[in-house]
Design a protein around this ligand. Sequence first.
Ligand code: SF4
Ligand code: SF4
Length: 241
Amino acid sequence: MPNGSNIKVKTLKIDGKDVSAREDQTILDVCKENGVFIPTLCHLEGLSNIGACRLCMVEVEGSKKLFPSCTTAITEGMSVITQTDRLKHYRKMILELIFAERNHTCSVCVSNSHCDLQYLGQKMGIDHVRVPYRFPKQSVDASHPYFQLDHNRCILCTRCVRVCEEIEGAHVWDVSGRGINAKVITDLNQPWGTSETCTTCGKCVNVCPTGALSDKGRSVAEMTKRREFVALLANRRKEKV
Ligand code: SF4
Ligand code: SF4
């Protein structure tokens, strides 16, 4: 907590255990601080939270609703439950829908074994998908001299959009279209290699949870990512303010 801050402390329960936290924290922040695992895909420390993937849903005692923990602020006396059969059911369903929406063929992916989606699928025991695969025809953009974008692997988490805007300040990425037609685009939906705003910093590539964004020249399973720099840069900026 910054020196001289007026931020107050609140007390709440996470899975029946009493914890205290700063009033400006989210349920997810508090769970992470207390070693409680909650699956996430669109969340990344240092970027804004958008509650898009819905994997981090939790229950709050006294309400029938499910709450996205990354965008729900804590309140005094709230009691949060992070592991129930209901939550497990919905989290698995979300992952299955993501796997079915595009073409996630792990065995031929540059990020095989270094992929957040694959990791969560294994951790949550997904050995088959109960909905029909859509097998959409998706393109690959290899026009950038150093990086490539494979829409087949994209899960529309928008980490790339947010890091490019919030940390790099370039705002190359956006999302065009809606629903199953949504896709990430560079500049005015032109090939990434022709973008006049991209600084070639590589931040988007490193925060991408899957093999959708990768360095050129990497073969299957070679693409590892560094992500810690986002929280570091975000904190340094906050300290300067
Ligand atoms: S390389 Fe950097 S500037 Fe270019 S799109 Fe990615 S984050 Fe934005
Ligand atoms: S390209 Fe990667 S970071 Fe960007 S939305 Fe798709 S999966 Fe997320």
